[in-house]
Every structure is written in structure tokens, then in C-alpha cells.
Ligand binder design. Sequence first.
Ligand code: ADP
Ligand code: MG
Length: 243
Amino acid sequence: MGLTQHKSVEVANLTVTSKIIAQVRCEGRKVLLETEAKTICIEYGIPVTKFKLAKNEAEAADFAEQIGFPVVLKIVSPDISHKSEAGGVKVDLKNTAEVKSAYGRILDNANKFNSAAKIVGVLVQEMAPQSTEVIVGAIKDPQFGQTLMFGLGGIFVELLKDVTFRVAPITREDAQEMITKVKAYPLLKGYRNAPPADIDAIINILMNTSKLVTDYSEIKELDLNPIMVYEKGTKTVDARIIL
Ligand code: ADP
Ligand code: MG
């Protein structure tokens, strides 16, 4: 009795991720921009396509040259969350002229889609070569809490619902099982002429995603879709995080 309560003082040691989440909340948003979601991915060791946010056409052309052709341009707007629906994604741009023309078309399309949309800029990113596509997701289940999902891209998830789930946090063995237990698993091992996919790299993404959603219980939904998987390594092409 009478003891002074010492409240532990939180040292200002904010991570990149907590700063982004604080900023998003401060702006009254729930859906993170692709730039924000991918910056969080980088902090958590999830490989993403190289990207730079351009504010004008000349900058977009400069960034494209720095990144290397071909590039992809995408609209960045808190009011446009499904970018291709709004004509906001242009892929396989092979030179400066194509980048400049795509920049203008993306802004026109965004304006037609929603003339009130706030435009943050246009994201210039490396074009990930085609490969086997997988999806890693997380949802916050009201009963089980943070739950991870894995599946192969395209029809496997959307049509065949060929997916596995595990409640976070997961172990390496859980991650391995999530991958081997989907019916389409043989496709990852190298089917016909396709080379085998880097399973260890997918395991790492699942583990790192588990850590991310465990660290930040305010994340309600996460979607890395698609992730290109190569013989060596992976590249996340689109990332969505919702608070
Ligand atoms: P959204 O889902 O908001 O419409 P995405 O970023 O997923 O926008 O882009 C739509 C599609 O364009 C992707 O599913 C993918 O097929 C292709 N794409 C987008 N970015 C890239 C990239 N960097 N490299 C290769 N393909 C891409
Ligand atoms: Mg997408």
C-alpha cells in the first residue's frame, strides 16, 4: 500500500509499420494504399516488386528508366481500391513514350471513374515476369482471430476454392502443410515443362505474414495477390491491407 505506481514509459521506438498504420488512422482511412502495404511487406521481409511513386509525367519517365523496362504504372488513390476496374493499371510499358502516354491515360481514367477521387500519384514498378501465381491472405476471424490463407492464383482460389487455412501464429511445419495440402500442390513441384517453384520462399512469406498480423491485431484483412513464384525467390505484385 502506498507504493508509487511506476508506469512503464514507452520509448518512442516506432517501426515503419506502426507509423504507416498511425498515419492511415489519422487520415480516417481503413484501406492502405499499395505503396503503404508494400512498404510494410518490405519491413516484414516479404519481397515485392520495386516501386517509386511519381507525381508527374516526367518523374514517371525518370523512375521507369531507373527501375528498368518493362514497367507497370498504377493509380494510387485512397478512393480507388480496385485499380484495374478504374482503368488504373497499365502493364508491359516498354519505353519512355509508352510510360508518358500511360501516365496520362491512367489519370484520365481515374477522373472518369470518380472525378472526386483524391490522387496521390502514379506508382511506377518493375514488371514481374510471368510465373506460377500464388495467393497469401489473412483475415481476422471473430472466433479464431488472425487466420492465414494459402492458395494458387486464378481459378484455383476463385473457382475451385482450393485453399488452406491456419490460425496465426503458425510454425514452419504449419506453413509447409498449408502449401502441400492444396490440391494444386503438384503444379508447384514442377509440372510438365514448368520448373519447380521456390517452396521455401513461400514458407517464408507465410511465416512473415503470420508475424505481421500477430504483431498488428488491428489488421482485419491482408491480401498478397498475386505473388509470382520463381525457381529462386518470389515477387508480390499487389498487396492490400485493411484495418
Ligand atoms: P488491382 O487488383 O487493384 O486491380 P493489381 O495491382 O492487382 O490491381 O494489378 C492488376 C493485375 O495487373 C495483376 O493482377 C497482375 O496480373 C498485373 N500486374 C500488376 N502489377 C504488376 C507487376 N508489377 N508485374 C506484373 N504484372 C502486374
Ligand atoms: Mg490485385
